[in-house]
Design a protein around this ligand. Structure first.
Ligand code: SF4
Ligand code: SF4
Length: 387
């Protein structure tokens, strides 16, 4: 039985979060658990979610107060702590500085790694992907502690502890993975292989203020007062998705792949939730995002045809668009699916949907939330992944 600690924490107050995390570690086995988790002289890497360059306290990224509380505890077990991430857009160091994490790190002598240095790794026993270039600091750490943010995600429905390691792919290389894995289910299989390469020892999911709706960047904050922690990243996510409304965790693409490939623990019957209960911590009226998904038919031609008919599309909200062209820049396809067309005194994006792979990088990284994902009319009628 996999143990996961579920804690109520109502504020981003460092002392309070530290107290809660200590309670969580106590539930999981206390000091001896921590000593096993972080053996003497271990190099520890903290992997927050720095999706893009965001201001301190933004619900898009791991909160600096959670980061500080984690450091306070981990430094009792290791003097060699690094943190790192590689945002999908923007300079990693700037992202770390603006988020407030760098200031906290400097206070405790924690080093920063921008994940630009990578190592090539072969994964013979893979589900899908055998060849990898991943951040050296993540691959070579002895103990990787992932610090995800609880958010919706247009393609994967949910981003938490499993998805957070996509940041271990350096910067622009993420785009090529989107091109290679345009299908949500293959993308999720790829995430599992990545998590086999970059082994995570522990996860602490920041759901004090989560993100609902048009996540992972442009949704709304949703106060959930929640921290979830455990050794199994899939079990932590399984608890997370149940809190936001997926009573069956297998209704989310990543966790379905976890179960199908027996990659990790995901079923409620295999997870012991310690501390609070799921029923008492469940979010009310949490706005989900369920536009991803896959289409499997024997004939590839039929699959391709139906995928186009049923798939959700990125859709512009013209009033919000500031014409910055970032959506065009981050589109991984060559040539770009998005063209910028002059409309009045500014440029607006337009899409050639016949070539769009529905990776939703444009939606994810638009700085002002001017792109949403919407199902086609036929997709809505047939109810594909509609919510
Ligand atoms: S849709 Fe967003 S990313 Fe694209 S040009 Fe407009 S504001 Fe920029
Ligand atoms: S247009 Fe958007 S969803 Fe389509 S391939 Fe480009 S980034 Fe992905």
């Amino acid at each position: 039985m996999e143990k996961v600690a579920l804690l109520r924490c109502e504020e981003y107050d460092v002392d309070l979060i530290e107290k809660k995390l200590r309670e969580g570690f106590q539930l999981l086995g206390g000091d001896s658990f921590l000593r096993q988790l972080i053996p003497e002289n271990s190099r520890v890497l903290l992997k927050p979610n720095l999706l893009s360059v965001e201001g301190a306290g933004s619900p898009v990224i791991t909160h600096y107060a959670v980061f500080e509380a984690v450091i306070r505890i981990i430094k009792e077990y290791s003097s060699d702590i690094t943190f790192g991430d590689s945002p999908g857009f923007g300079d990693p160091r700037k992202a770390a500085e603006k988020s407030g994490l760098m200031e906290v790190a400097n206070k405790y002598g924690v080093k920063f790694d921008d994940f630009r240095e990578t190592v090539h790794v072969k994964l013979d026993e893979s589900i899908l992907c055998k060849s990898w270039d991943v951040a050296k600091a993540a691959y070579e750490s002895d103990v990787l502690i992932t610090l995800p943010k609880l958010k919706t995600h247009a393609m994967a429905y949910f981003t938490g502890a499993v998805k957070n390691q996509f940041g271990c792919i350096s910067g622009t290389q993420k785009a090529s993975w989107h091109t290679r894995m345009p299908d949500a289910n293959n993308f999720c299989k790829m995430l599992l292989d990545l998590n086999t390469v970059v082994k995570t020892s522990f996860a602490i999911l920041d759901g004090i203020v989560a993100m609902e709706g048009n996540g992972p960047r442009n949704g709304q904050p949703h106060k959930m007062d929640t921290i979830i922690m455990g050794k199994s990243i899939s079990a932590v996510d399984s608890v997370g998705v149940r809190l936001i409304g997926y009573d069956n965790p297998l209704d989310t693409p990543v966790l379905k792949e976890v179960a199908d490939h027996k990659w990790g623990t995901v079923l409620p019957k295999d997870i012991q939730v310690l501390g609070e209960t799921i029923d008492t911590m469940k979010a009310r009226n949490f706005k989900l995002s369920r536009t991803g998904g896959s289409f499997y038919f024997k004939s590839p031609a039929v699959t391709k045809f139906l995928a186009k008919m049923l798939a959700p599309n990125p859709v512009l909200i013209p009033d919000k668009c500031i014409g910055c062209k970032r959506c065009q820049e981050v589109c991984p396809e060559t040539p770009k699916v998005i063209s910028m067309v002059k409309t009045g005194d500014k440029f607006n994006p337009t899409w050639d949907m016949s070539r769009c792979i529905r990776c939703f990088c444009c939606q994810e990284l638009c700085p002002v939330g001017a792109i949403e994902t919407k199902h086609s009319t036929i997709g809505k009628i047939l109810g594909h992944n509609k919510r």
